[in-house]
Design a protein around this ligand. Structure first.
Ligand SMILES: [Zn+2]
Length: 120
């Protein structure tokens, strides 16, 4: 496997998480970036058959790009898991289940549908 980190000029990269669903990974990336943690997804299009990858069963991977963010990224991932992974909301458009941290449905990308109390 070629060392792509060197190829694109990034001296340090570390894989944080692998997930079969690229949309869930993209949402985690958004949360990381909101927290100021630079990261990148590899194999994002592995299942689309782009022809560039030798294996089509590769899951997308989320890589942290800066060593100094590694500890924070791990903590944030734990928080994402602890706080919201099990607590799901159901998309009002396609009825797909989403993790609580996601503001957009991973399936249809529509904004989270919330039923709020009237505020008078
Ligand atoms: Zn949806």
């Amino acid at each position: 496997m070629p060392n792509s980190a060197v190829e694109i000029g990034i001296p340090w990269m570390k894989k944080l998480i692998t997930h079969e669903n690229p949309f869930i990974l993209a949402n985690i990336r958004e949360l990381m970036e909101q927290a100021g943690i630079p990261c990148s997804i590899k194999n994002e299009f592995a299942s689309s058959g782009s022809g560039e990858l030798p294996h089509f069963d590769l899951w997308p991977e989320l890589w942290i790009l800066d060593a100094q963010d590694w500890g924070r990224a791990q903590k944030l991932l734990v928080e994402i898991n602890d706080n919201s992974w099990e607590e799901e909301w159901t998309c009002g458009y396609c009825e797909e289940k989403n993790a609580n941290t996601f503001d957009y449905c991973w399936n249809c990308r529509k904004e989270r549908f919330l039923v709020e109390d009237d505020k008078n």
